[in-house]
Ligand binder design. Structure first.
Ligand code: PLP
Length: 401
């Protein structure tokens, strides 16, 4: 059957009908362990009762009001996010790319409102991924996403990941901000060392630039802190968030200090759907769980257990796994075999993992996973590695053709 959906996705031949916790069930009854969580989205797993209840109750009341009227649930969620972070204000969006667009516009407007409209350039890093809008593909700087879509949006200067000299050379009077993921996701789970993040913060302070963090993938508990930058003990001026913040409901947010947001006055930015009552109900329900005592401890404990299991997996399968890296429940395995083959081998064991750049597979399980889920995933990964090793072995001499 030919599909009427625009063919921009290479979908696996799997159809999921229901889910519970870290598990997904296909239309033919197979149970998959979900270590992708919809690309770090289902932070609280599938069908979390508290989220289901919040969505159902809100759906029976009101779905949409627009941003023309008051939004009490949005006010509450914004206040809770501000209280839990560096931020004073929050702008709600529907996706990560829109959270980045808001962040980019805010950083530019900050300097414009201070009388320096030519100061609009933003430094980004090789391997970055910030979304698929015209500005965010320019920010990400990856040729494969930019080519064929007309002139690249002006104002982004990309430097090699971890190259301080190149970074300093790229800064000029027109540089408004530095934009970075504290731990690159799509780029291949490449962490920015805490000391480097601190150095970027200092550099921004010295040069009057804003530090903009893309925590779309790393945020909302994924690394074992509410936001990944907390590991480095620094605070950004602006931060883009999405994915886990809605637990599976499409939403994102741009968080900022009052100073960084000072150019964003009434009418300068907006969205029809952002902050929709359904999203706000679910967002508040997600925070109920993530901010509860012990939740982040659980993430850190599960991360430790998973990393221990993965370290021994790497020792047992050195021909398959080259390196393990990452923070919390955002872990990458750099491979000796093609990552697409690894994803298929894991799927054959009814385990979902996700490919990333630098020939890495990402493990991004729901943050609510249990010890038993971790141990089960380790066993399935072990079998997948064995299958890949068997496939690599030359056929035995004299074996039938
Ligand atoms: N930024 C990062 C770090 C991401 O990982 C992603 C998506 O994978 C985005 C931005 C874009 O988010 P969205 O796909 O919701 O637009």
């Amino acid at each position: 059957m030919t599909s009427s959906i625009l063919p921009v996705y290479a979908r696996a031949p799997l159809t999921f009908e229901s889910g519970e916790g870290a598990w997904l069930v296909t239309d033919d009854g197979r149970r998959f362990l979900d270590f992708g969580a919809g690309i770090a989205v289902n932070a609280l797993g599938h069908s979390h009762p508290h989220l289901v209840k919040a969505l159902q109750e809100q759906a029976a009341k009101i779905w949409h009001i627009s941003n023309l009227y008051q939004n009490p649930a949005g006010e509450r969620l914004a206040k809770r996010l501000a209280d839990a972070t560096f931020a004073d204000v929050v702008f709600f969006t529907n996706s990560g790319a829109e959270a980045l667009e808001a962040s980019i516009k805010m950083a530019r407007k900050y300097h414009a409102a201070k009388g320096d409209p030519d100061r609009f350039r933003i430094i980004t890093f090789e391997g970055a991924f910030h979304g698929r809008t015209l500005a965010t593909i320019a920010a990400g700087g990856q040729k494969k996403y930019i080519d064929g879509f007309g002139p690249k949006v002006e104002g982004f200067d990309q430097v090699p990941f971890g190259d301080d000299a190149a970074l300093k050379a790229a800064i000029g009077p027109a540089t408004a901000a530095i934009l970075i993921e504290p731990l690159q996701g799509e780029g291949g789970i490449r962490p920015v060392p805490p000391e480097r993040l601190r150095a970027l913060r200092r550099l921004c302070d010295e040069r009057g630039m804003l530090l903009v963090l893309d925590e779309v993938q790393t945020g909302v508990g994924r690394t074992g802190k509410l936001f990944a930058h907390e590991w480095a003990g620094i605070e950004p001026d602006i931060m883009a968030v999405a994915k886990g913040i809605g637990g599976g409901f499409p939403m994102g947010a741009c968080l900022a200090t009052a100073e960084a947001a000072s150019g964003m006055t009434a009418g300068t930015h907006g969205t029809t759907f952002g902050g929709n009552p359904l999203a706000m109900a679910v967002g508040n329900a997600v925070l109920d769980i993530v901010l509860a005592d012990g939740f982040l401890d659980h993430v850190q404990q599960m991360a430790l257990l998973l990393k221990q299991r993965l370290a021994s997996l790497k020792d047992r399968h050195p021909a398959v796994i080259a390196e393990m890296r990452g923070e919390g429940l955002m872990i990458g395995l750099r491979l000796h075999v093609p990552n697409t083959e690894f994803v298929k081998a894991a799927q054959a064991e009814e385990l979902l993992v996700i490919a990333a750049g630098d020939n890495v597979v990402r493990l991004l399980p729901p943050l609510t996973l249990t010890d038993a889920d971790v141990l089960e995933a380790a066993e399935r990964l072990d079998r997948a590695c064995t299958a890949l090793e068997d496939a690599m072995r030359p056929p035995a001499q004299g074996a039938a053709a």
